[in-house]
Design a protein around this ligand. Structure first.
Ligand SMILES: C[S@@+](CC[C@H](N)C(=O)[O-])C[C@H]1O[C@@H](n2cnc3c(N)ncnc32)[C@H](O)[C@@H]1O
Length: 352
């Protein structure tokens, strides 16, 4: 098991992260060996140590020794790497037992629920904010429950090829980054997250969504499968426009049927480009629009926008040209796409 962590001396690290009371989930197994990424540092923390920490209450000395700087997770406010106190590893039991803290802005983050909340508003007591309807819709418990129980299957009527084929198509694009860390952004109920995690292709899979209820659904499906509970798999709540990951830290980013739901696709793709490593691959799918068949497409509304200013629509649909332009404007290269009726799978790569 590869652990993407750097152990820091306890004396240099903050000591106020809370120790987690008990472990609800089984301890992680060592898992199958994964291909190592070229040039990636050797293991700094042993999987055996993680298993020992998970099995026994920590002594004071062990607690101090397990304060680490994370290589991937970063503060959503200032993008500094988060300090972590607890057992290492990108897996649900270890993350549930860990506290995370930004040493720059002192903000703490925990997995109070089954997911690690890395939104800017994590822990706020009075402040709350409404996102656009296309984000808020998916926070509903009912929509989250129905999503994988009929809602998603409906997409096939617009040309989506179905989960198995979509997964294989994405895996083809991700071949150059096999063995790396994959981020499944806007994962919904985790239908692709589970496939990526089970494939054994990646050293870790991080499922990310803004919807608390989608992440709960995600966990409901994961816990039905012991191999997934013990896999190198994490659930993170975050806003796509403010990704809580260090720049150049992630190898692969998948965004299934999501870009049309994002509040600002340009901020989101810029963030995706920031967190990808050089050579990292982004793959997205969405519904294509054309001015002829969609009265609410960005292109169709452009003349209206020139007259009345911003026009609010429920979803943002794009043409092939717009998606390519957006990826390129965020610095991604080697753009390619596959189209079937309104379905498009598109991909771009962070230059070396
Ligand atoms: C149509 S679902 C796609 C789910 C899954 N990826 C798939 O392929 O079916 C869109 C997802 O985007 C998420 N989403 C919407 N706004 C978001 C935001 N601002 N940040 C992160 N995720 C967001 C929703 O919560 C929802 O789970």
């Amino acid at each position: 098991m590869e652990l993407q962590l750097l152990v820091r001396p306890a004396a240099t690290a903050p000591s106020s992260a809370r120790a987690r009371p008990s472990l609800r989930l089984p301890a992680p197994a060592a898992g199958p060996s994964r291909p190592r990424r070229p040039g990636f540092p050797t293991l700094r923390a042993a999987a055996a140590a993680a298993a020992a920490i998970a099995a026994e209450p920590e002594t004071k000395e062990q607690q101090q020794n397990s304060i680490m700087e994370t290589e991937v997770f970063a503060c959503p406010v200032c993008y500094e790497p988060l300090m972590r106190k607890g057992p290492p590893g990108i897996n649900l039991p270890a993350i549930y037992r860990s506290g995370f803290k930004c040493s720059k802005c002192n903000k703490s983050f925990t997995s109070k629920d089954i997911f690690l909340d890395l939104t800017v508003t994590a822990g706020t007591k009075e402040y709350s904010e409404q996102k656009p309807a296309r984000t808020e819709l998916f926070r509903s418990p009912l929509v989250s429950f129905l999503y994988e129980r009929g809602w998603r299957q409906n997409f096939n009527r617009s040309g989506f090829p179905g989960l198995d084929e979509e997964f294989e198509m994405a895996q083809d694009y991700f071949q150059p980054v096999a063995g790396g860390i994959l981020l499944d952004v806007s994962c919904g109920s985790g239908l692709f997250t589970r496939k990526f995690a089970k494939s054994g292709t990646y050293s870790a899979v991080i499922a990310l969504d803004f919807s608390e209820n989608m992440l709960r659904q995600c966990y409901e499906f994961i816990k039905q499968d012991d191999t997934l509970l013990n896999a190198n798999l994490a659930l993170v709540r975050a806003d796509i426009s403010r990704l809580p990951f260090a720049s150049c830290s992630v190898d692969a980013i998948h965004a299934g049927a999501a870009i049309h739901c994002w509040p600002s696709p340009s901020n989101a793709v810029a963030e995706i480009s920031r967190v990808l490593r050089p050579g990292g691959v982004f793959v997205g799918t969405t519904f294509l629009s054309s001015p002829r068949n969609n009265p609410f497409s960005v292109e169709a509304l452009r003349p209206l926008r020139q007259i009345v200013g911003p026009v609010n629509t429920s979803y943002n649909y794009f043409t092939e040209g717009e998606l390519e332009d957006l990826c390129k404007s965020c610095g991604l290269v080697n753009y390619s796409s596959k189209v079937q009726r309104s379905f498009i799978m598109f991909s771009g790569q962070k230059p070396y």
